[in-house]
Each structure stands twice: as C-alpha cells, then as structure tokens.
Design a protein around this ligand. Structure first.
Ligand code: FMN
Length: 428
C-alpha cells in the first residue's frame, strides 16, 4: 500500500519515527510529509533515511512532479500522527498552506488522524468542533490516549502507541476495501453488499432506582466487531449499542459506523432492534440482554435507613427479544442470529446448554460461547460454536473477536444467500 505519513509539530513526533518503521516493516511504501514545525522536532534526514523517500514540507520543491497534488492522489492511505491542534484546525478549514494540508485536500483514500496535545487544547471547544467537522467528512480521528503528557501533567491528549495507530489505520484502509494487494492484509469479501443488517452489542442495564442498576459484564466488543466486519463486507449496518465500555465506544467512533442507536435498558433495546429489523435481511443479537428487571424502580433514590435492613428487590421477567424476533420474522426471509454466553454446570456442558437454547429460541443460528475464567467478557479472545435452530453443529471459530466476527459472517452470509436464492422467482 502507498501510505502518506503526515507528521505535525508536537513532541510526540518522535513516536511517528516508530510508526514509520512499523509500516515499512509490514511492506508498505511510506512517504513522510512533515510540517515545518515537525521538522524542528525530528529532522528530514531521519524521515528520509527510514522511508527511503524525500521528506519536505515545501510545495515549491520538485515542482515538475506537482507534489502538492500528486501525493494525495496517489495515496492508498493517509495517516497523520501526531496531529496538532493547529493541523486539525487547518485541515478542518480547508487550508492548503503547506505540503501536508495540500495533500489532505487532494487525497480520496481513507484518512486517519491521531491527535496529540495538552488536555486543555484537546478539550477546547475549537478543537472539538474541528474534530467533529473532520469526522463528519469521513476522516477517522482516533481518540487520544490518557496518560503522561509532555511535562509532569497527565490527562487525555497523549498520542496512542505506534502499534495501536498502525492497527487502526490499516483496519480503516481494509474496511474501506482499499487494501488490495497489500502483503499480510487480505482484501475484504463483499458478500454482504446491498444487505441491511442489525447488530446489537453491549449489555443492558435495568434500573433499581435513578442511580443504581442491575447490569452485566459485557463490554460490547464482540458485537462491535461483528458490526465492523459486516460493514467491511458491504452491508448497511445498524448498531444498537447498550452501554459499551469506553474503549469499545472509541472503536465505534473510529470505525465510522453511520447508524448507531444508543440504548440502556432491555425495553429500549427491544424497541430499537425491532424498528431496524423491519427492513433488515439479518439481525444479530450479540448484546447481553437482562432476563429480569426490578418490578418497580422508584423515581427517587432508595435511602439507607439505619437499623432497618434493605428492602428485597422483586424481579420480573423481561420479554425474550431474540425469541420474539425469531417468532415474528419482521421481514420475509430474514436470518435471525442469537448469541448465548454459557457456563457449564452439573446439568450439562456449555454446548449442551447452547443446543437446548437454540431449540427453544427458534433462531436460525445460535453462536455459543463459554464465558468466565478469562474468556468471553472483556477480553479480546473468544471461542465460539455455531449451531443451527435444531442444535446441529454448523461451525467453530476461535481467535480475536474480529476473527470470530469474520467467521460468524462466513456462516451467516451463506445462509442469507441460500435463503435469497430459494425465495427468488426464476426468470421465464
Ligand atoms: C515543545 C513544544 C511542544 C509542543 N507540543 C504540541 C503538541 O503536543 N500538540 C500541539 O497541538 N501543539 C504542540 N506544540 C505547538 C505547535 O508546535 C504549534 O502549534 C505549531 O504551530 C504547530 O504547527 P503544525 O501544526 O504546522 O505542525 C508544541 C510546541 C512546542 C514548542
């Protein structure tokens, strides 16, 4: 892949040297385009020696090749790291006063920016407005990390580690289908092109009172990876997101998913999923949905009264969102996929429970995963077994949650295609 690495003038420019090495080691051609300020932090010889290409901020050099236009036009990916407050402002207002901002105006490939600055600069309304403008134009702005800044102070504004920037940037390029021919980066399949899918992710919260709730440990990562994978394969994705963990919510923003509905309770999730499902080819219920909720949630906080123990909380059953979707089939030929987080017990193994659940729920496919003891919730690795509606084993998959998501879509896309073929009226 042909990558332009833009570097603007912050202390974290030294980390871009490591990012450059990483990208080069993965076989990419990288042209570094520093700003004048960046060159005061790290000089051109470092960029040129490590990239094997010239590094200048000037538009009036090498003019016969028109670099202020050619670099952006020829790039498969532009990564700006670090992106200063000043660079974000110039990019958002469409300035073209150096080689990097000119390149940003001519690039038609994915653009990823990793801001780094002091917390006050990052949180300033002007910077936040610039970031919002850039995101609205399709730029993938990575949330800065929190931690030690240039001096002794700490807070949000730190440049994420080079490995993380490389991972996000290459994933963005891959998701957009522009990574063809890159060593080590498979071109995404487009087997969901034109399909509408709904994915629920996260865990619902059932209020006990205005400040307390009954929740669960789901971070939402597996559901979000399913949504990102579906989008990369060409689907229009509605993500119904219930209380995502902060790093997973950042992943959603970086992925540029357009249709995200935030919900909190099972009732809200049910309503959002059913509304989107009326026009969906596939519904994947990956969210951990509470089976029960407190029967009454008073409008005021429950007080602790000295000497009197707590009132018992009476629970009532929530609607079974997956079983309802499987029963109602809100659209003809819809494929309904459930997730079951199980633990084995004296009554049977994880798979035994998953198979019984598949038969009970009536979904087309059930993805069964074992949770607890470092698996499933909150970690990036998952092992799953996919069974059909009668409990028959269809596939197994393991690896990162993205790899599991890809493997699940391999199965679901096949079922959806078979169903569409079966429903098609043959031409005369
Ligand atoms: C020591 C030092 C560190 C700086 N660090 C940052 C930084 O991390 N982020 C930032 O937005 N600006 C930082 N600045 C300010 C920028 O260098 C300044 O706004 C400059 O105009 C940015 O130019 P550029 O965006 O064209 O690279 C720093 C300045 C100095 C002197």
């Amino acid at each position: 892949m042909r990558i332009v690495l833009g570097v603007s003038g912050g202390v974290a420019a030294y980390k871009a040297v490591l990012l450059l090495r990483l990208l080069r080691e993965q076989g990419h051609r990288v042209r570094v385009v520093p700003t004048a300020s960046a060159l005061r932090f790290v000089g051109a010889p470092t960029w040129e020696a490590l990239s094997g290409e010239p590094a200048t901020d000037q538009v009036f050099e090498d003019v016969e090749h028109v670099p202020h236009v050619a670099l952006g036009q020829g790039a498969d990916l532009v990564v700006v790291a670090p992106a200063t407050a000043d660079l974000l402002a110039r990019a958002a207002s469409g300035r073209a006063d150096d080689l990097l901002t000119s390149t940003l105006l001519t690039a038609r490939c994915p653009v990823v920016m990793a801001p780094a600055m002091h917390t006050e600069m990052w949180e300033h309304a002007a910077t936040q407005a610039n970031v919002a403008t850039l995101r609205a134009r399709g730029v993938h702005v990575i949330e800065p990390a929190s931690g030690r800044l240039t001096g002794a102070d700490t807070g949000p504004g730190r440049l994420p580690e080079p490995e993380e920037i490389a991972r996000v940037a290459l994933a963005v390029a891959q998701d957009s289908g522009d990574a063809g021919g890159v060593p080590g980066v498979a071109a995404p399949r487009r087997d969901l092109a034109g399909r509408r899918v709904v994915v629920s992710a996260g865990g619902t919260r059932e209020p006990i009172d205005p400040v307390r709730f009954i929740g669960n440990r789901s971070s939402g990562r597996q559901g979000v990876e399913l949504a990102r994978s579906a989008r990369a394969r060409g689907a229009h994705v509605t993500l119904v997101a219930a209380n995502l963990a902060p790093d997973v919510a950042a992943l959603v923003r970086d992925a540029g998913l357009e249709d995200v509905v935030a919900v909190e309770t099972t009732a809200q999730l049910r309503e959002a999923v059913r509304a989107a499902a009326t026009s969906a080819d596939v519904v994947v219920m990956a969210a951990a949905v509470a089976d029960f909720r407190p029967a009454h949630a008073p409008g005021a906080k429950i007080k602790k009264v000295p000497g009197r123990g707590p009132e018992p909380i009476t629970l009532v059953e929530n609607p079974d969102v997956l079983a309802e979707l499987a029963h109602d089939r809100l659209r003809a030929d819809q494929v309904v996929v459930g997730f079951a987080a199980e633990t084995g017990d004296a009554d049977g193994s994880v798979l035994d429970h998953g198979r019984a659940k598949a038969r009970r729920k009536g979904a087309d496919l059930l993805v069964v995963n074992a949770v607890g003891e470092g698996r499933g919730f909150g970690v990036d690795a998952n092992d799953v077994t996919v069974v059909d509606g009668s409990g028959e084993l269809v596939a197994t998959a393991g690896g990162t949650k993205r790899e599991v998501a890809d493997a699940v879509w391999d199965v679901v896309a096949r079922v959806a295609a078979d169903r569409a073929d079966a429903g098609a009226v043959p031409a005369e």
